[in-house]
Write a protein that binds this ligand. Sequence first.
Ligand code: GLN
Length: 279
Amino acid sequence: MATIRELLELGRKKLEQSGNDYAWHEGRVLLEEALGQPHLYLLMHGEDKVGTEQEQAYLSMIEKRCSRYPLQYMLGYAHFMDYTFYVDENVLIPRSDTEILTELAKERIEKRGGPLRLLDLCCGSGCIGISLKLYCDNISLTLSDLSEKALRVAGRNLDKYGVDANLLRADLFDGLKERVDMIVCNPPYIRTEEIATLMPEVREHEPVLALDGGRDGLDLYRRIIREAGNHLSGDGEIFFEIGYDQGRDVKALMEAGQFRDVEIRKDYSGLDRVVYGHL
Ligand code: GLN
């Protein structure tokens, strides 16, 4: 029987060999999961022996992660903003990049005051809209997605946090009855031919529907900008997440679609990440 410390070391080594840049951290999280114990417990009980069943559970999770299966799908959750969202293979794993968009929308909601109607379009797990609703109680929230299965995940996250929202299965705005004041949207924006070049975690396991933005990656922005005028209130606004090289194109599309004061915001790596503006 191996000790906690030995298993951590073994997991780190295997994960490192699989090309994992966060081998120590991820191995530790998987051992916490296998033992059902927090980090502190592992630190304080390094020399304790681990039962055979738990060791097996841990080693098989390490194997699965070495095959580049995403960590968050194994754990069933991902951290985003101040929250932890349930995730499975039906939704994109929330990214820290997307926190830029969420922060920006949050500031804007706080400035405008309420009540505001907010639509999280292509909501996936619902991480953007649900976080905003948790920060700002003065919004009424609609989460919409084309995927029924993604909406089920979003529904589960609503229940988890006891948040109220309309869930809408829709091809963009179909079936949206009321105009909204604000749209937040992280649409699929990868160019179709680039998908094959992404990390195996992403290209083999994340839903292609949440990634594929068509030939130039801009299909969804075009459609949304074209249709948004019919679904936004008079001074309605949109916050889009974008790929690092799509800032100028999406800004131009928004300006051609009568949006004003369109601006680009960079992420912490200095890359264009959000485009936003209002009618
Ligand atoms: N809104 C979700 C997210 O930001 C899903 C985005 C998507 O499916 N393209 O994670």
